[in-house]
Design a protein around this ligand. Structure first.
Ligand code: HEC
Length: 138
């Protein structure tokens, strides 16, 4: 009987410690989410992951999207961009990235990104702020 009590108490402790850990994680996310829906952005970015990475220099089917803010379109080294993107004259900021992600083909005709676009405004804005960094969206 005594043994059982101890065991139950330690289970409760494990639970309490896990909860504290989870709350800590949540608090970190929430601090960042002030001007940005981080959860929505991360969920949306899953649609890009097949072709894009956020790691510097790590290109796949599409170029790395590391440090995108204020970058000239089609300029990152190590990836062979289409002429359409290189010559577009676009610099990535909140407005240009939003327009591109809404409808890539219409926005920069003949660029090679085979992606239909994100039609949901809230989702697209969250993703844009996530990719450019919070300061770009203040
Ligand atoms: C099927 C593969 C594919 C998917 C999915 C995809 N992309 Fe792309 N993306 C590309 C390719 C290929 C290019 C280069 C296009 C070119 O050179 O014309 C590109 C280019 C880009 C660029 C321009 C980068 C630069 O350095 O100028 C951005 C920004 C971008 N993609 C964002 C996204 C985002 C955000 C998503 C998800 C919502 C996404 N892409 C989904 C393949 C993809």
């Amino acid at each position: 009987m005594k043994f059982r009590m101890t065991s139950r108490r330690s289970k409760v402790w494990t639970l309490v410690v896990s909860m504290m850990f989870l709350l800590q994680l949540l608090a970190t996310d929430m601090a960042y989410a002030d001007g940005l829906n981080l959860e929505l952005a991360k969920q949306s970015f899953i649609k890009c992951l097949a072709c894009h990475s956020l790691d510097e220099g790590k290109h796949g089917v599409g170029p790395s999207l590391h440090d995108l803010n204020n970058r000239k379109a089609g300029s990152v080294s190590g990836f062979k961009f289409s002429k359409a993107l290189r010559k577009s004259g676009v610099q990535w900021d909140k407005e240009s990235l939003d327009a591109y992600l809404l409808n890539p083909q219409q926005n920069i005709p003949r660029n090679r990104m085979a992606f239909g676009g994100l039609k949901n405004d809230e989702e697209r804005q969250a993703l844009v702020c996530y990719l450019l960094g919070e300061s770009a969206c203040e």
